[in-house]
Design a protein around this ligand. Structure first.
Ligand code: KMT
Ligand code: NI
Length: 182
């Protein structure tokens, strides 16, 4: 079961769970209400045959797909650190960020309506849809390893717009949608 919780920002290790004290978990329904983030649990063993991912791709128009591996290797340590720094810098995109964890694990942090961080842990089979215009960031856990599939509508645009990016149309649209209850 995917878990989401409010964060304590005082922690010195970003790759730890960083629970608020006392812990405050967020249900998937609440997560959607407070952020617009959507979640699907997929069966990786039948990913290519059960039609569920296929249906999602058709419904949402995901025409692009690739797979990324994030891990430190001795020859590319610097690249790993650099990548993580970019991922963990609070940003938004002009399109949805769709990630399906297939190996390892990671944390997607998203800002709720009150601008507090909610941390969402993904494990294999967890698919998250992070809306365009939401401030978010990503990190691995202490195992420093994730393999994720990425999906996109049309030609992918990965550009992060670091906060503050409130003037971006996607941000305004996101705020509007969230306020009108979607
Ligand atoms: C992003 O844009 O933040 C990422 O792609 C995170 C890594 S995917 C597990
Ligand atoms: Ni992002």
């Amino acid at each position: 079961m995917v878990q989401a919780w409010y964060m304590d920002n005082a922690g010195s290790n970003e790759k730890a769970e960083n629970h608020k004290n006392p812990p405050e978990f967020v249900s998937l329904q609440e997560l959607f209400k407070k952020t617009g983030v959507e979640y699907y649990k997929l069966n990786l063993a039948s990913l290519d045959s059960d039609g569920i991912l296929e249906k999602l791709k058709t419904q949402r128009g995901y025409t692009y797909e690739d797979q990324v591996t994030i891990r430190p290797t001795p020859d590319k340590l610097e690249e790993f650190e650099k990548k993580l720094k970019i991922f963990y810098t609070e940003h938004l995109h002009t399109d949805e960020e769709i990630r399906l964890c297939v190996e390892g694990a990671g944390y997607f942090d998203v800002r709720d309506k009150g601008d507090d961080w909610i941390r969402v842990r993904v494990d294999p089979g967890d698919l998250l849809i992070i809306p365009a215009g939401i401030y978010h960031r990503f990190t691995v856990d202490d195992n420093k390893y994730i393999v994720a599939k990425r999906f996109f509508v049309g030609e992918p645009v990965w550009t992060p717009h670091n906060r503050p990016a409130d003037e971006i149309e996607a941000r305004k649209d996101y705020i509007d949608k969230l306020q009108n209850g979607k």
